[in-house]
Design a protein around this ligand. Structure first.
Ligand code: ZN
Length: 217
């Protein structure tokens, strides 16, 4: 399939841990910068590579770690090896890490009662418009993901309570500066979804909750 260079696409990787580690590591540059550099003997060429990465993986090799019914048969060492393919720097770049639990029987058989995708889309668009109006005069800024560190100081000011919460998470989870910045961007988006100008403790707390895999390790 051929995509226009200006088109933003979604990349879905199922069974993330089944990919070779060097293939996964290659994702780091486009995830961070939105382009890839291809180098050959005489020249180096940059191509635009903006995409939304969605990935899924089992929690361990047998697939049952954390399951409410079946028992995981992997040893701690096997689980460690399983996750070793996903490096810290790669996981730093995945903003929302969510554990998806086994569905209950009634959830499988009954009609879904959640919101429609159209309703969610409307809410997301409102939040993006909200962010976009905040960045009105800023160059190269149209959404929260594009914020650099200097932008975070301007748009993601923390009160003492929020700062203490984030510092505690950094210490407890061993988060890098990049992961901390990503938490702030997600918190800013949560605030935008709520229509809040100020970043509050509950926004930061929710953003930290989305570091599931950091919390598992
Ligand atoms: Zn297992």
């Amino acid at each position: 399939m051929v995509f226009s260079v200006f088109e933003i696409v979604n990349l879905f990787l199922d069974e993330l841990t089944e990919f070779k580690r060097d293939v996964l590591e290659f994702l780091r540059q486009p995830l961070e910068d939105g382009y890839v550099t291809i180098s050959r003997a005489r020249q180096s060429v940059m191509f635009p590579a903006q995409f939304t990465l969605v990935a899924s993986t089992n929690p361990c090799a047998c697939g049952y770690y954390g399951d409410t019914i079946a028992q995981c048969t992997c040893s701690p060492r096997q689980r460690e090896q399983y996750w070793a393919k996903l490096s810290g720097p790669l996981m730093d770049r995945i903003d929302l890490q969510v554990a998806v639990n086994r569905l209950k029987p009634e959830e499988i058989t009954q009609q879904p009662t959640g919101e429609s995708s159209a309703t969610v889309r409307e809410r997301v668009q409102q939040a993006r418009d909200y962010a976009s109006s905040r960045f009105n005069n800023a160059v190269n800024l149209s959404c929260n993901a594009q914020m650099q560190s200097r932008d975070l100081h301007k748009w993601c000011k923390l009160d003492d309570s929020s700062r203490n919460l984030l510092e505690g998470a950094i210490r407890k989870l061993g988060l890098s500066a990049r992961a901390s910045d990503r938490i702030l961007k997600v918190a800013r988006t949560i605030a935008d979804l709520a229509g809040d100008d100020e970043l509050k403790t509950n926004h930061v707390a929710e953003a930290i909750q989305y570091r599931t895999i950091d919390r598992m390790q």
